[in-house]
Every structure is written in C-alpha cells, then in structure tokens.
Design a binder for this molecule. Structure first.
Ligand code: AMP
Length: 403
C-alpha cells in the first residue's frame, strides 16, 4: 500500500509518499506561499534531482492537485497513476480530549476537529483545509488523522490539571494537553526496541529539543507528564518561545509597556527564548558558534537552555521515582554534541556516565552515548513523525478493510 502523508499549514503543505511494503519514502516535498501568486512547489524524488516550480496556487485544493501532478509526472514522479495512492494520513496538532489515538476521517471526526479550532486557532483550521482538499482531489481515498496531543491523553489528572478554578476546565477545557506526541511516541518505541526491552518496563524521559522543545515522562509505556501545556508555549525554553514564566508577568508587562493581548502573545511566542537572550538568533547552531567565539549573551542563552532541560529531567525523574533511560531527539537533541554534554554532565548524580567519544559521533541512527554499564542509559534517537503517521494510517485502513 502507498500512503501519502500530509502536514498542512495555513500557507504551506508538506508531503511524503511511502511504500508501506518496506516503509521506504518514494518522494517528498513541500508547497510554500499558498494563497500568493508566486507559490513554490519543491518536489524531491528519491534518486532524482529536486524539481522546483513557481506558479499561482490560491488554495489548498490547488496545492494538493499540484502535489498529485508532481507525484504522477512521467519524468520525475514516483507513481504512474493517482489511484496508486491508497490512503492519506494527516498531521493534526490538537485532538483535545476527544482523541487519544489516530482515527480514520469521518463526518464526526471532522466536526470534532472543527470544535477544537478554539484551542489551536493557528493549526487545526489549516489541517481541515488539507483534509477537505484531499477529499476534493481523491474522493475515494480513505484518510486518517494523527494528533500531536493524542499520546499524552494518558496523563493522570495530577499532571494535566492546572491549579486554577475548576470551572475553567469544565467550561473551556483549560488543561494541559502536551504536544510533539507523535515524536515522543515514536522515539520511545524506537528506544525500547534498541534496548531490546519492553517499553512498559523502562522509566524513560524523552527530550524532543528542536526549535520547539518538550520533555515527556514515560511510565509503564505511557505518557505520564510532559512539559508543554494547553498550548506549545509552556515548559522548556525554545528558539523563540519563553517556556515557563511567572504568569503574573503578562498583566505586569501589558500595563508597563502598554501592550495588547496580541502583542504580549507575540512577545512570548516569537520574540523570547534563545533569540531574546542571545540577541543573535533562535538557531542553536548560530548561538553555539557565537558562544565559541566568546559572545557572553550567546553563552547565557546556551546555558539557560541546557539548565531548563536539566530541571525537567530532574523533575521527571522525581515524578516517576527514578529514570532508566533518557532520549534526545529533534534538531538540537540529535545534532548538538555540546548541548547533550552540558545537560548530561550536569545531572551525573542520576547515574549517567557520558561517553565523550560516543557523544561526538555524528551518525544518523539510533545509538547510546553513555558508557557501557552506565546506570542510566542516554540514547540519541532520530525522530520520524511522518513515518509514524504513515504507519498509523496504513494500520487503520488495513483494519477497516478486514472488519
Ligand atoms: P527542529 O525544530 O527539530 O528542526 O530543530 C531545529 C534546531 O536544531 C535549530 O535550533 C538548529 O540550529 C538545531 N540544529 C540543527 N543541526 C544542528 C547542529 N548540527 N548542531 C546544533 N544544533 C543544530
């Protein structure tokens, strides 16, 4: 079965076509600047050069049509006819409390995703546009949705409730949901597989640290706690997001600086984090380079980033009454030798013995970076959210055919 994975944003759409017989990627690409007259489609076939096309793409229906045109192109396409696409899987950021696993798209599911627009106003409406666009272009193809929040629906109420008036939870569903669930789920399963132990038997902390960043405590094979909350702003310091701050700062700053709600929201989401502290960049590579060149603010940003990851690891080790395995993933977690070292050396009391040579290896596979015999094992596990979406979609469609 060939499965098309789609991640639709408001003005962009990323895609990957999988052959599920061996889970190989046949082609991938992205459509950018949807809604503008110079939209760009970048198509990356396997073993053939990248193709770029600039044209007017005013909506998601046209964007999906262009994707299908690329995939079926006789010269650089990956399939000869669109009916080879047997299923489509979508990334959906917010599944609220309604979805604790991936599901096939039905009228009811679409209604529920719409009900959640309030909780993810920047994401869920765009995902719905992607789903409708596929319906228009491939009306007979089953679709599935895979939610960023679903994996964390196993959190106990001690983890997911905020200590604020409970009427706010009842009326508006204000609670912690957590995000990056697809990644935490994927890397925790990969790590267990690497260790050749059942996931249920490992107290694990997964650190998805990239531009956005979150940690998850995984107990009995399930998400027990995670650092992002009702929105992806809570928790760790990120590229441009503040992470945890005293909530009283919001009204205080609004008053002192005469900021509107939108402005303060933008400050915390887009102008904070590493960018604000370093004054240089939100990008860990650039911050690290500046730090190595002696820039004090870059060093402070790096140290604060590492410090906050350390604090969450410590908190989750306490929450689970121990930790056996720590996993690093995403752009920073998979690539930053310096940051992994700074974090691990600062929490050696947990029983972590970092192996510098292993940490410094630049490999793309799942691997251990602690010494043989280290009580807590630290792994680097490349994440692959698209593959998990393809797998879930494949399994749901296969099940629906047999039932
Ligand atoms: P992501 O959001 O997962 O794509 O991660 C993006 C982040 O990963 C950016 O801050 C990048 O600077 C960082 N990153 C990617 N490659 C490296 C690298 N080799 N060393 C340090 N940071 C990296």
């Amino acid at each position: 079965m060939k499965v098309l994975v789609i991640n639709a944003g408001s003005s962009s759409l990323k895609y990957q076509l999988y052959d599920m017989r061996d889970e190989s990627v046949l082609a991938s690409g992205r459509v950018e600047r949807i809604g503008m007259d110079s939209s760009i489609v970048t198509h990356e076939p396997v073993d053939k050069p990248e193709v770029r096309n600039v044209s007017e793409i005013l909506d998601h229906v046209t964007a999906v049509k262009r994707v299908i045109d690329m995939l079926t192109n006789p010269e650089f396409g990956a399939i000869s006819h669109l009916n080879e696409i047997e299923a489509v899987g979508h990334r959906v950021v917010h599944g609220g409390e309604a979805f604790s696993s991936s599901v096939l798209v039905t009228q009811e599911v679409k209604l529920e995703i719409r009900r959640l627009f309030d909780l993810a106003p920047l994401h869920n409406p765009a995902h719905m546009m992607g789903i409708s666009a596929v319906e228009t272009n491939l009306p007979d193809v089953p679709q599935a949705v895979v939610f960023d929040t679903a994996f964390h629906q196993t959190m106990p109420n001690t983890s997911y409730l905020y200590p604020i008036p409970t009427v706010l939870y009842r009326r508006h569903k204000i609670r912690r949901y957590g995000f990056h669930g697809t990644s935490h789920s994927y890397v925790s399963a990969q790590a267990a597989n690497y260790l050749q132990k059942p996931l249920e038997s490992i107290k694990m902390i997964t650190c998805h640290i990239g531009n956005g960043a979150s940690c998850a405590a995984i107990l009995d094979g399930k998400s027990f706690d995670t650092s992002m909350g009702m929105t992806p702003l809570e928790g760790l310091m990120m590229g441009t997001r503040s992470g945890d701050i005293d909530p009283a700062i919001v009204p205080f700053v609004m008053n002192k600086e005469e900021l509107t709600l939108n402005e303060v929201n933008s400050m915390l989401n887009k102008h904070s984090g590493m960018l604000a502290i370093s004054g240089i960049s939100s990008d860990m590579r650039e911050v690290t380079e500046a730090m190595v060149d002696g820039d004090k603010n870059a060093k402070l940003a790096f140290d604060m980033y590492a410090y906050r990851v350390k604090k969450y690891i410590g908190a989750y080790a306490a929450a689970m009454n121990g930790v056996d395995t720590i996993v690093f993933t995403a752009g920073v977690g998979e690539n930053s030798v310096a940051l992994r070292k700074a974090i691990c050396e600062g929490i050696s009391f947990l029983g972590i013995e970092l192996d510098d040579a292993r940490n410094e290896q630049r490999r793309k596979d799942c691997r251990e970076i602690t010494k043989e015999g280290s009580r807590v094992k630290v792994l680097v596990v490349p994440t692959n959210e698209e593959l998990l979406i393809a797998r879930d979609t494949y399994n749901l469609v296969k099940q629906s055919r047999t039932s």
